[in-house]
Design a protein around this ligand. Structure first.
Ligand SMILES: Nc1nc2c(ncn2[C@@H]2O[C@H](COP(=O)(O)OP(=O)(O)OP(=O)(O)O)[C@@H](O)[C@H]2O)c(=O)[nH]1
Length: 390
């Protein structure tokens, strides 16, 4: 399954997959170097009697050097992971070190060969270790096929060539067996690498999808927030819209019914607004509505809700406010409007407004409450406009 995924790696993801693989290779290479001394010691144990202590010890030390180098290097790389651009460089170093290591292992057959030994005991014992070492490397070095191939070929090629060069029957058989082993290991190594890289590719894809989903979620959240704002605001004036204000009025009615919280509303309407439109045009009419809204806002307390109820009609919901206080506020807005013009270029325009005020009464529903405010507004208009009526 994951080997198939390897075939689907798109060039765009290749770099990331390689980087993941090589980082895992560092970890595994470090682990492998910790196990390698076992094989070295085994060969030492087999050969020291026939080869003599100095040669056996010397080989053991030389064979340990590439492992020690690998251990130091990979420990450093694991502590300070290289940037993406340097991954390939350090990958090459891993391959070089593994090839050196392989040549050291393979050299054991040449160094410790006992001429004219019909049992070829040393050679076979050493080759058993080499077969085990290369086989375990096929698995542990799976994240990098180059490393697997470099190590297996460099480990087995010297014994193969040496055996062919010796030319006797037993060594020819050994050469053939090692050749087959090498082919099988390369095939397994390639499969193991493809499976590993395929799994990593899946991981990379999952991470990208998760990141995209997270981004989408953030975008959706922001969009939702914008929609929520749009849904309750009037586009022209930025005030709350009628729908929201009706909800507020109903909420205040519930609070009054449940907790006895008093509340008043003020419905107000700009006087003769049609004339402003007719005289200055619709665009200036819009500007007047906006400027009117901004000025009313400056006169409110926190907690008062101001909304555009219709064309040039507005509504104020005043929690914890009785009729007198609401009338007082309406009067304040009225006189502020009438007292100074809403300034526009090239002309100054003064607008007045009429106000209908109503305090919520016991047992009254929202519609009736609004109706009473509307009737008061109607009376304010009837009585000459530019006034607040309860
Ligand atoms: N520029 C502009 N005009 C609007 C908007 N909504 C409604 N109007 C206008 O507001 C005017 C309201 O006119 P009327 O209902 O006759 O009221 P009025 O002229 O203010 O007179 P009174 O309310 O009786 O004092 C109409 O001309 C509408 O076209 C808007 O969003 N922008």
């Amino acid at each position: 399954m994951s080997a198939e995924l390897y075939d689907q790696i798109i060039p765009e993801n290749r770099g990331e997959v390689d980087a993941h693989c090589v980082r895992t290779l560092f970890e595994r290479a470090r682990q492998a170097t910790q196990l390698a001394p076992l094989g070295t010691l085994f060969i030492f144990w087999v050969v020291y009697a026939t080869a003599g202590l100095p040669l056996a010890l010397g080989w053991m030390i030389v064979n340990t050097l590439p492992d020690a180098l690998t251990f130091v290097l990979t420990s450093r790389l694991l502590r300070n992971p290289p940037p993406a651009g340097r991954i390939a460089y350090w990958h090459n170093w891993q391959v070089v070190l593994r090839i050196l290591q392989g040549l050291c292992w393979g050299s054991a057959v040449v160094v410790f060969h006992i001429p004219d030994d019909p049992t070829a005991f040393n050679d076979i014992a050493i080759l058993a270790v080499l077969a085990a070492v290369t086989a375990t490397n096929v698995v542990s070095m799976a994240p990098s096929f180059r490393t697997v191939a470099g190590f297996c070929i460099s480990t087995l090629l010297v014994p193969i060539l040496y055996s062919v060069w010796l030319g006797d029957v037993i060594h020819i058989k050994i050469a053939v067996a090692l050749g087959l082993l090498l082919l099988v290991e390369l095939q397994f190594g390639w499969d193991a690498y493809r499976q590993f890289a395929g799994g990593v590719h899946q991981l990379v894809l999952n991470q990208k999808i998760r990141k995209q989903l997270e981004l989408r979620n953030i975008e959706l959240g922001e969009l939702n927030q914008k929609l929520r704002v749009i849904a309750i605001h009037d586009q022209l004036t930025g005030l709350y819209n009628r729908h929201f204000m009706v909800d507020q009025i109903e909420r205040q009615r519930e609070l009054f019914a449940r907790h006895g919280n008093i509340c008043s509303i003020v419905l107000f309407d700009i006087d003769h607004f049609k004339q402003i439109n007719d005289r200055y045009g619709h665009a200036v009419g819009d500007d007047v509505l906006v400027a009117f809204s901004r000025r009313v806002e400056t006169l409110l307390r926190q907690g008062d809700a101001l909304g555009r109820y219709g064309g040039e009609e507005f509504v104020l919901v005043l929690p914890m406010t009785d009729l007198n206080a609401a009338l007082h506020l309406a009067e304040r807005i009225r006189s502020a409007m009438a007292g100074s013009p809403l300034v526009f270029q090239p002309e100054e325009i003064t607008v007045t407004a009429s106000f209908g005020v109503a305090q919520l009464e016991q047992g009254e529903d929202a519609d009736h409450w609004l109706l009473r405010a509307d009737q008061a507004l109607y009376r304010a208009k009837e009585n000459g406009r530019n006034r607040a009526v309860a």
